[in-house]
Design a binder for this molecule. Sequence first.
Ligand SMILES: CC(C)(COP(=O)(O)OP(=O)(O)OC[C@H]1O[C@@H](n2cnc3c(N)ncnc32)[C@H](O)[C@@H]1OP(=O)(O)O)[C@@H](O)C(=O)NCCC(=O)NCCS
Length: 178
Amino acid sequence: MKIDQVNIRALIPADIDSIMSIDAVSFVEAWTRTLWEKELSRSDRVYLAVSLKEQLIGYVGGLVIEKDFHIMTIATKTDFRSQGVASFLLQALLKKLIQMPKEIDGVTLEVRASNESAKALYRKFGFAPVGIRRGYYQSNGEDALIMWLHGLSKTSFLTKLQHAENSLALESDIQGVS
Ligand SMILES: CC(C)(COP(=O)(O)OP(=O)(O)OC[C@H]1O[C@@H](n2cnc3c(N)ncnc32)[C@H](O)[C@@H]1OP(=O)(O)O)[C@@H](O)C(=O)NCCC(=O)NCCS
């Protein structure tokens, strides 16, 4: 199954059951149904889904604050991890942000200090660590690393993203329980 056979679209309320089952095995502090319903109803949010044969296999999203975008969540269904799904999502999100009528220049997020796979994913896209929020995660008091990606509005960024898009389309195979 090639990555060009997956479909990127907006997350919709009908996805919430699938989202919550991915969340349950992905996050210690998973969002409630009410929070997801609120998030998906707000116009300042951008949430993208990646699906394979109608099955939700990953999602990403967050909110616009002034000229920046704050990624609030990203996850890939466990059977489909380490096959480029989150990279595909992040690349689609960045492309969408670049194309928005309102100019977005930076993207930020918080990540658990111990979450090596997520940190590697973000570094791959040029995110850099800029600070630490001590004890940010209530479940275990773990620190959050604050990461930023700047310069989305520059033409050079679009070119870089295009290269990333081409290599994803050429190299990736998606395998899993579908
Ligand atoms: C983090 C997460 C979204 C990555 O999703 P994914 O679809 O497996 O990611 P990709 O296959 O696109 O991998 C992208 C990069 O992440 C890194 N990565 C992915 N899996 C990794 C692993 N098991 N160990 C180390 N690095 C890893 C690599 O740098 C990889 O790039 P490469 O394949 O070119 O080496 C996924 O592990 C997940 O859902 N985790 C639980 C939720 C979570 O922690 N979200 C982040 C909150 S801040």
